[in-house]
Design a protein around this ligand. Structure first.
Ligand SMILES: Nc1nc2c(c(=O)[nH]1)N[C@H]1C(S)=C(S)[C@@H](COP(=O)(O)OP(=O)(O)OC[C@H]3O[C@@H](n4cnc5c(N)ncnc54)[C@H](O)[C@@H]3O)O[C@H]1N2
Ligand code: MOO
Ligand SMILES: [Mg+2]
Length: 408
């Protein structure tokens, strides 16, 4: 039986990232861009606002015409125009003139302040009474005060959110440059697997991993293509995988990577002459996780055990999606949290415990999300982080500060 040498988790992640598979840019409709990764810097090609405009409904005036105005000394101005947002007053306002102006409309030439409607009295004879002095430039939204032409507003590699959509629309991006999503083929292996519509049979289980992985791929920003199940038959598996490899950027299999008699993945990698980057990682769960490289494509052999499969995806496949999308941040975000329960198991290897983190009294508190065995599925439902406990320790006490990796 083949003897495998475990490598450290960081080293394994590094080997995957070193493959530096990066994707291309595609242009998509702005209405589909939320959540995608911006592929070019967003640079302002004009000022915002692009013209001086009124922040209020009121009158555009010349501040010096209001000099000396007070409740006792009311000043009367002639109304020479009336504009709403989108309209312009194309003359210039002169001495003792005002233009009735609505929020968002361009400040007329000659005007240098806006007085709010509530602070005026409009007469029937097209005049307006003003009983307060206005300052030069009072109540004006200036050209470029929001965004100056030429500034970098959002950097390449940022995940697009609704606020960024507002900026993209402001600058006329009907089509948005985004990183193409990598296509991951997904295959489940094992003669014990039933598809989800099938009734249970003796000795068999339903294939849950494939659907879990598809959801993980999508959460991470990739595209999944499901190719169904392979039974433990070497020739058929080789043929199928050979066909699939032409259609995808990456391949994920689940199951069949350990040392069992029907664990065929090692032989399949060998058949294709794939370079195995590692086939044992010093971690629990997912120690059997294998990653191989073939013609610039990465093949992820995730464990069949559901929790080990989940963890293997997040630790090794998610970073390559980030890197393919040219995201600024690669891999899961780290934080510190207080361990809310004792964790007495000793750790020869690093552990990535499915955890649930909460904000309790302004402090992050974490506990296992359920039973901590790699062949279990229930604890995955409530997982929003991994608790990373270092190898070589004798367990952890409640109250210890631990590292967590955030999933959402
Ligand atoms: N002698 C040894 N046995 C095992 C070792 C070892 O080092 N020496 N490692 C154990 C560890 S750790 C893990 S993890 C598993 C890994 O097994 P495989 O990746 O080879 O996966 P399978 O043997 O195909 O299946 C394991 C387990 O998972 C269930 N399974 C498989 N596919 C699915 C699926 N799509 N959905 C849900 N559940 C699935 C399968 O029925 C098995 O129960 O090996 C240990 N053994
Ligand atoms: O790869 Mo296994 O977890 O370590 O169950
Ligand atoms: Mg096995």
């Amino acid at each position: 039986m083949e003897k495998r040498t475990p490598i450290a988790v960081d080293q394994a992640v590094e080997r995957v990232i070193q493959c530096r598979v990066t994707g291309e840019t595609e242009y998509i409709d702005i209405q589909l861009a939320n959540g995608r990764i911006l592929a070019e810097d967003l640079i302002a090609d004009h000022d915002v606002p692009a013209f001086n405009r009124s922040p209020y409904d009121g009158y555009a005036v010349r501040a010096k015409d209001t000099l000396g105005a007070s409740v006792n000394t009311v000043i009367t101005l002639n109304i020479v125009g009336h504009i709403g947002a989108g309209s312009v007053f194309d003359k210039e306002i002169k001495r003792m003139e005002a233009v009735r102006i609505m929020t968002g409309a361009e400040i007329p030439n000659g005007a240098d302040a806006v007085i709010m409607l509530e602070d005026t009295n409009t007469n029937d004879d097209n005049t307006v009474q003003i009983s307060q002095e206005m300052n030069f430039h009072q109540n004006i939204s200036f050209q470029g005060e929001d965004v100056e032409k030429g500034s970098v507003l959002v950097s390449k590699g940022t995940k697009i959110n609704p606020g960024i959509i507002a900026l993209l629309a402001t600058f006329g991006y009907q089509k948005v440059p985004v990183s193409k999503r990598p296509v991951f083929g997904v295959i489940a292996t094992g003669s014990e697997l039933l598809e989800i519509h099938q009734p249970l049979e003796k000795g068999k289980i339903r294939n849950s991993n494939a659907y879990m992985i598809i959801a993980q791929i999508e959460r991470a920003g990739g595209k999944a293509k499901y190719f169904g199940q392979l039974s433990d038959d070497l020739d058929k598996s080789i043929k199928k995988i050979g066909e699939i490899l032409n259609e995808v950027d990456f391949l994920i299999t689940t199951g069949g990577v350990s040392v069992g008699d029907f664990d065929l993945l090692p032989e399949i990698y060998h058949h294709f002459g794939a370079e195995v980057l590692f086939n044992k990682v010093a971690m629990r769960p997912g120690s059997v996780t294998t990653v191989a490289q073939l013609d610039g494509k990465l093949l992820f052999g995730l464990s069949g055990n559901p929790s080990a499969c989940y963890v293997g995806f997040e630790l090794f496949a998610k970073p390559i999606i980030d890197s393919y999308l040219q995201k600024q941040m690669i891999g899961l975000k780290r934080a510190h949290a207080v361990l809310a329960v004792d964790f007495p198991k000793s750790n020869p290897f690093d552990r990535f415990i499915r955890g649930h983190v909460n904000n309790v009294n302004h402090q992050l508190e974490v506990k296992p999300s359920g039973k901590d065995k790699s062949n279990m599925v229930h604890s995955l439902a409530n997982v929003n982080c991994f608790i990373h406990l270092l190898g070589g320790t004798e367990g952890y006490k409640k109250g210890s500060i631990v590292d967590i990796l955030l999933l959402d």
